[in-house]
Design a protein around this ligand. Structure first.
Ligand code: XLS
Ligand code: CA
Ligand code: CA
Length: 438
């Protein structure tokens, strides 16, 4: 097989003083952080769709990047060239996983039977490469939003025929995920929402989404899928309102429909900010509900109101992310770079620079989050802040033994309450800065 990225070597770790654009400054795969090598804390994944398919087309202009990889687009030869390019890319960077949608892998045919045959062929080819390289599948998914038939959603569509096509694609994508040994299976409900309530039966649509998910769980388990199903919340875009608005909403939905044992969250940074939350907030909500599964590692632009899927470079955000991940005991999933180069960064080298940026950002985030935990001042402050609940009336409240009347009598015996302890926000922020920049 011919090398695709001839000008790019295997990317070495050179340390923070390196000026080599094709070297890691912080991601040192075998460096031990809190007892575990970085590469185990950070199971990075390549997103097939952005890295091997998207070439810069936007609403106002066509492709800027050449992602033909020497083959004619829309052919199986091109699908194979993408596999070759993808595996060489991951190997050169030391990326251990990939994520895919069905239609990222092969050109979709007019007849679903032919699409499925192509998927069988390409995944046979991918399996060979996986054996050769040791690279694994993080998660798979079905694209239930691009084909015009999904204009009104997949599980939430008004058309039972379209619902069946969604079921067929999910069935196949689950089989492929099992075949490739994927750790997880994602539902991103891009078109599961509405444009106007004037034409929408919201209750029925959500019940139907739950029906489809139950069928997916039953089928997945019947063919040996033991991983996690994930919902990837996103509040809007492409729909005006999406049912999986944020983690809290998605978790409530899963519990309402009895899906919470099989599902966790796949949290994407850019979707968190579109929902009006911080990335850290969405991670914390998932973690405290035992549902922090996987992460789509990217970032948005707070000045833009849409999903820009930028490569993450905000070290503060990455640090807070890794703080949540470490506190939660790690991920069962991984860190998928659901990120794309900016349209004017169109060369092959730019693809590598982008991954080096993203991997270094999370490596630095990991190092700094571990330092915050080891430093201990923040954890100690939080523990102290709630210490009143460990004895006396506080302990009684927590034990569930206290009655409202008893607490009222206690308040009356005090006459007036002293103010709660200071939140010390500025002090805590200065600790984070001290650790980040020392
Ligand atoms: C789009 C989503 C999508 C999912 C997978 O905004 O991020 O790419 O991750 O369908
Ligand atoms: Ca996104
Ligand atoms: Ca995503």
């Amino acid at each position: 097989m011919k090398e695709m990225f001839t000008s790019i070597p295997v990317i070495p770790y050179e340390g923070k003083d390196s000026q080599n654009p094709l070297a890691f400054k912080y991601y040192d795969a075998d460096r031990i952080i809190l007892g575990k090598p970085m590469k185990e804390h950070l199971p990075f994944a390549m997103a097939w769709w952005h890295n091997l398919c998207a070439a810069g087309t936007d609403m106002f202009g066509r492709d800027t990047a050449d992602k033909s990889f020497g083959a004619e687009k829309g052919t199986m030869e091109h699908a194979k060239a993408k596999v070759d390019a993808g595996f060489e890319f991951m190997q050169k960077l030391g990326v251990q996983y990939f994520c895919f949608h069905d239609v990222d892998l092969v050109p979709e045919a007019d007849d679903i039977k032919e699409t499925n045959r192509r998927l069988d062929e390409i995944t046979d080819y991918m399996l060979v490469k996986m054996k050769e390289t040791g690279i694994k599948c993080l998660w798979g998914t079905a694209n239930l939003f691009s084909n015009p038939r999904f204009m009104n959603g997949a599980g939430s569509t008004n058309s039972p025929e379209v619902f069946c096509f969604a079921a067929a694609q999910i069935k196949k994508a689950l089989e492929l995920t099992v075949k490739l040994g994927g750790r997880g299976y994602v539902f991103w409900g891009g078109r599961e929402g509405y444009e106007t309530l004037l034409n929408t039966d919201m209750k029925f649509e959500q019940e139907n989404i739950a029906r489809l998910m139950h069928m997916a769980v039953d089928y997945g388990r019947s063919i040996g899928f033991t991983g996690d199903f994930y919902i990837e919340p996103k509040p809007k875009e492409p729909m005006k309102h999406q049912y999986d608005f944020d983690a809290a909403t998605a978790i409530g939905f899963l519990r309402q429909y009895g899906l919470d044992k099989d599902f966790k969250m796949n949290i994407e940074a850019n979707h968190a900010t579109l929902a009006g939350h911080t990335f850290q907030h969405e991670l914390r909500v998932s973690a405290i509900n035992g549902m922090l599964g996987s992460i789509d590692a990217n970032q948005g632009d707070l000045l833009l109101g849409w999903d820009t899927d930028e490569f993450p470079f905000n070290v503060y955000e990455a640090t807070m992310c890794m703080y949540e991940v470490l506190k939660a005991g790690g991920l069962t999933g991984g860190f998928n770079f659901d990120s794309k180069n900016r349209r004017p960064s169109y060369t092959m080298e730019d693809l590598f620079h982008a991954y080096i940026l993203g991997m270094d950002t999370f490596a630095l985030g990991l190092i700094k989050a571990a330092a915050i935990i080891e430093d201990g001042r923040i954890d100690a402050f939080v523990a102290e802040r709630y210490a009143g609940y460990q004895s006396g009336i506080g302990a009684k409240i927590v034990s569930g033994e206290a009655t409202l009347a008893e607490l009222a009598a206690y308040a009356e015996s005090l006459g007036d309450a002293k103010l709660p302890g200071s939140g010390r926000q500025e002090y805590l922020q200065s600790i984070v800065n001290q650790i980040l920049f020392s």
